[in-house]
Design a protein around this ligand. Sequence first.
Ligand code: ARG
Length: 461
Amino acid sequence: MSDSTSPQSPTARGLDRRALDYSASIAFDRRLYAHDIDASIAHARMLAKQGIVPGDDAEAIARGLEDIRAEIERDEFPFHQELEDIHLNIEARLKEKIGEAAGRLHTARSRNDQIATDMRLYVMEACDRAAAGVRDVQAALLTLAEANRDVIMPGYTHLQRAQPLLLAHHLLAYFQMLERDGERFGDCRRRADALPLGSGALSGVPYPIDRDFVARELGFSRLTENSVDAVADRDFVVEYQSAAAMTMMHLSRLAEEIVLWASDEFGFIGLPEEFSTGSSIMPQKRNPDVAELARGKTGRVYGNLMAILTTLKGLPLAYNRDLQEDKQPLFDTVDTLMGTLEVMAAMLPALRVDPLLPEAAARGSYVLATDVADYLVRKGVAFRDAHQAVAELVRYAQMEGKALPELSLEEYRRFSPAFEEDVLALDLRSAIEARDAPGGTSSRQVEAALKRARQRLEGKR
Ligand code: ARG
């Protein structure tokens, strides 16, 4: 940050150095420069069109602002702490470039409707980026599911092996969660999509402005309807934070399963070298750092959601400087979410699913117990009695150290006379194929789900 010329702020004259440092936001709100410039250009054109400022001045303003944009992008813009924030930094630089005409830009505008506009533009773009990132993770999950469409694994409840599943069905559960996450970012964008400019400091502006023109220029589909609301609320930031927290929660659960599955205890997947680290002292280890960090960073994103909710909760209408605190947590969430989506999308297709161990884990367990009970029900036994008989059967098998498929018909019949020869035909595959109602794990349902998922992704390109 350059301090060479120490320009005077129009608002911070006489401000104590410590108060200035405490209140300056330029270190972080410079990130809004492009949106701020877009909004200023649209505003200046509108002022000229309405005869509020001379057309030549508006043209000079627009050219000057484009110059400034290029300066910032070349990293040559002289940012000044004294000038507090991105708005005043740009305006002061504009004056250096085009002279007195720069002073007309802030006609019929306040930093309050200006920052609200910048933030809405920023959030709308962040929603688009998040939705695209979510779609990339969905595509990665789908690739992994398609490549392993025949793999059988135990499904879990309470982290106890419960019933057999196709691995693809398990992975597609995350596809569904992310589908809703993507929709939430779309919803957030739709509500953020209203132009605040024209609200002034809080009550509107006493000029014959054309808000619709500015909205069209900036790509807003509607106007905010109440000037006080427009400058005072940041619920669209809360919504983004909330959608991000939810998405991170889903990614964190997936990450947790990657950690579990990569352990020796599970052994379902191997971590590719590019996405795991070795230990400095234990040569045998491959650590799932990426998944662990995705899980860990979720805490940060939750914290950022709580931060903005708490910042807003006690504020009287309309604008209060507290609102400046909306930015850092938001930017941190955007960076964390986008980084997590990106690395997960890259890592997922590179996971090596073990061709044998997931199915072996299912086979070596009692995941067919429900199917044995259902078998008895089909033979006319009441469900509660069947459940009881199979519970005893399983206890027996556990004592004998046998899996269910290893039991003889004679052993089955000790627990219910309804067992017949065909009980021996029950296996993982038949249990999976039996669950053929929509939403179930049968290969027919899963194939159809894979196809639908593929089509949904194609439709979003
Ligand atoms: N930096 C301020 C913010 O982020 C911009 C608006 C300042 N408005 C004001 N009246 N001080 O909220």
